[in-house]
Design a protein around this ligand. Structure first.
Ligand SMILES: NC(=O)C1=CN([C@@H]2O[C@H](COP(=O)(O)OP(=O)(O)OC[C@H]3O[C@@H](n4cnc5c(N)ncnc54)[C@H](OP(=O)(O)O)[C@@H]3O)[C@@H](O)[C@H]2O)C=CC1
Ligand SMILES: O=CCS(=O)(=O)O
Length: 252
């Protein structure tokens, strides 16, 4: 029987690229996201190669998460890898101008959603044991501050610490836990962050060489495919053309 991966946010960006990468390697796929049509598209694309099960799922809804996990069909139950990828940034403006509702949405998705899915799948992953993996999508924003990152960066700092803390509690179970923390990558991320501003997205990724979704998919797959005794704790990755900026100083 093939290995089974569950990917949240498989309708776009890293999640969709990861689905393709795991399919290439013959894994069975459980793909989730809120957009049903996108899930149908990716299922159509990949189900000729490997078994695919899709579920429309908003990770913020803890009950729905439990139901999706409980209803996994025969052949998709022994999950070996969980890719906690669903997430988003909103409100690119500075904190005093940001909407409280956007802050809540980021917390509900990037923190609560990730915790919901992890909690629901922990028993299965522990049963799988040696070689099982949880890969959490953090961000450079979880480590490095920048203007407009406010709650987004803080939510990704949570992802990093939750990853480390989970590692402590899962020691002895064989389940590995990794925080992959990408820098600038061209996906629908900026379109979502700016409320659909295609020009802003094009401008951010233009005239440089951002990471591509496939770069991160490769790292996710690599992390999961390492020998069972190897745990990558955190992988921070940036485009070669991206680096840190100087400290900001307020002057008279
Ligand atoms: N692109 C970048 O520069 C970076 C991104 N990241 C992180 O990587 C992850 C993937 O982002 P990326 O691929 O770039 O962005 P995309 O916007 O392309 O993809 C985000 C995915 O998350 C899903 N999603 C969002 N909210 C929910 C929700 N409430 N329930 C279920 N699924 C949800 C979306 O699916 P749907 O809308 O169908 O629900 C979509 O599939 C995120 O966690 C992001 O924070 C980290 C560092 C850099
Ligand atoms: O998480 C996304 C990367 S960035 O926009 O915070 O640099």
């Amino acid at each position: 029987m093939s290995d089974i991966v569950l990917i949240t946010g498989a309708t776009s960006g890293f999640g969709r690229a990861a689905a393709r990468r795991f399919a290439e390697a013959g894994w069975s796929l459980i793909l989730t996201g809120r957009r049903a049509e996108r899930l149908e598209d990716i299922e159509k694309e990949l189900s000729g190669k490997v078994p695919v099960h899709t579920a429309v799922l908003d990770v913020r809804d803890a009950e729905a998460v439990k139901e999706v996990v409980a209803a996994l069909p025969e052949g998709f139950r022994a999950v070996k890898a969980l890719i906690n990828n669903a997430g988003l940034a909103l409100a690119p403006e500075p904190a005093p101008k940001a909407d409280l509702a956007d802050w809540h949405t980021m917390i509900d998705t990037n923190i609560t959603g990730l915790v919901n899915v992890t909690h629901a799948l922990l028993p299965t992953l522990i049963e799988t044991g040696a070689g099982a993996s949880i890969v959490n999508l953090g961000s450079v924003a979880g480590q490095w501050p920048y203007p407009g990152s406010h709650v987004y960066g803080a939510s990704k700092a949570f992802v990093q610490q939750f990853t480390y803390n989970l590692r402590c509690d899962l020691q002895g179970t064989g389940v590995r836990v990794t925080d992959i923390a990408p820098g600038m990558a061209e996906t629908e991320f900026t379109l979502v962050r700016t409320g659909g501003d295609q020009a802003a997205s094009d401008k951010l990724y233009g005239d440089t060489t951002p990471l591509e979704a496939e770069d991160i998919a490769e790292l996710i797959f690599y992390t999961v495919s390492l020998p069972a005794h190897v745990n990558v704790n955190r992988l921070e990755v940036m485009p070669t053309r991206q680096a840190w900026s100087a400290f900001a100083v307020d002057r008279d």
